[in-house]
Design a protein around this ligand. Structure first.
Ligand SMILES: [Zn+2]
Length: 201
């Protein structure tokens, strides 16, 4: 394993551990990846307590030829994001309570609209709270290849992530620190949006 690959694996382990500490990867769920170079990504293997991963729990794969027996069922979504977006250097998938609740409540609308909130500026390219960001919601599906194909049109919008209804959040960034910032912002914004909606009833 090259130095680049082992550094990428360490970064993935660190990202997974931080998400686990927040309670965003219950019951071995969630998966995390980062780009090693133009042809390889480091990605968490299927299962495993995301707070206690070791180097053997991280796979180094070519996203264009990704067959690996220990890969997560959800890995194809990560690969699709890397293949569609050359600027993306890290991808995270988490099952946060706020993402799961809001993706269920807003499923019929097909999106969560975030408006007028200062923390939207945590998203790459957003410079003012006077923006509107539509976070897309995809219907959940156990066929990950189908799901990945449906996700493609959502990858070029202003939102650095999308929701799967009743399931969780996919987010990306140019590197591990940016995807972490995006995860924290999404979690805060979804929580605030749910509270505001509850108060407005
Ligand atoms: Zn999941």
């Amino acid at each position: 394993v090259s130095d680049e690959a082992s550094a990428a694996a360490e970064a993935v382990i660190g990202l997974a551990r931080r998400a686990s500490l927040r309670g965003w990867t219950p019951a071995t769920s969630g998966n995390f990846s980062t780009r090693v170079d133009a042809r390889r990504v480091a990605i968490t293997a299927s299962g495993g307590d995301k707070g206690a991963l070791t180097a053997s729990d991280v796979l180094i794969v070519d996203p264009a030829a990704p067959a690996h027996p220990r890969a997560s069922a959800e890995a194809p979504l990560h690969y699709k994001i890397y293949l569609e977006r050359e600027d993306v250097g890290a991808v995270a998938h988490v099952h946060t309570p706020a993402a799961t609740v809001i993706s269920t409540v807003k499923r019929a609308a097909g999106e969560v609209r975030l408006e007028g909130l200062e923390l939207m500026k945590a998203f790459r390219g957003v410079t003012t709270h006077e923006a509107t960001i539509a976070v897309p919601i995809l219907d959940n599906d156990q066929d990950m290849a189908k799901l990945a194909a449906r996700a493609v049109p959502l990858l070029k919008g202003a939102s650095p992530g999308f929701l799967l209804a009743g399931h969780g959040l996919y987010a990306w960034g140019q590197d591990v620190s940016e995807v972490w910032r995006h995860l924290e912002a999404f979690d805060f914004l979804f929580d605030v949006a749910l509270r505001l909606e509850a108060l407005s009833r």
